[in-house]
Design a protein around this ligand. Structure first.
Ligand SMILES: [Zn+2]
Ligand SMILES: [Zn+2]
Length: 133
């Protein structure tokens, strides 16, 4: 074992010390900081969601890509991912949010769908069926 400055050599394996890693990182810290801060704001101005119905201002920290979605698309994307953490753009920063805020309900039976027996049918269907009588 031989030491030379901050470099420790064991056999032919060169081990770097913490100071070596810091010296490597210091010239790159501005790039790291810029990258981290760029992720704290939308890459493009907030616009319509891909569905075209609502503004896209929700994003998920765990989903790949970090794209912005409207509340309904975000809710549909997380129907089977209830433990993801979402954020909402409040015009100044991404505020921590929760899936319940966009109306996500977790159904434990019926393969994630509401129970067909206990769930009332949508009003349009009831109205249509009444008209037919
Ligand atoms: Zn949408
Ligand atoms: Zn997600």
């Amino acid at each position: 074992m031989q030491t030379e400055g901050d470099v420790l050599t064991i056999g032919y394996c060169k081990i770097q010390s913490q100071n070596d890693f810091i010296r490597e990182w210091v010239p790159r810290r501005a790039l790291y900081l810029k990258t981290i801060l760029a992720d704290e704001a939308p890459r493009e101005p907030i616009g319509m969601c891909l569905c075209g119905l609502r503004m896209a201002k929700w994003r998920c920290q765990q989903c790949f890509g970090g794209r912005l979605l409207c509340s309904e698309c975000c809710k549909n994307a997380h129907k089977f991912l209830p433990f993801h953490r979402i954020e909402c753009w409040n015009t100044r920063y991404f505020q921590v949010g929760a899936l319940w805020q966009i109306g996500l309900k977790i159904y434990l039976g019926h393969q994630g769908n509401p129970c067909p027996v206990t769930t009332p049918s949508p009003p349009e269907t009831e109205g249509a069926s009444r008209k037919s009588f």
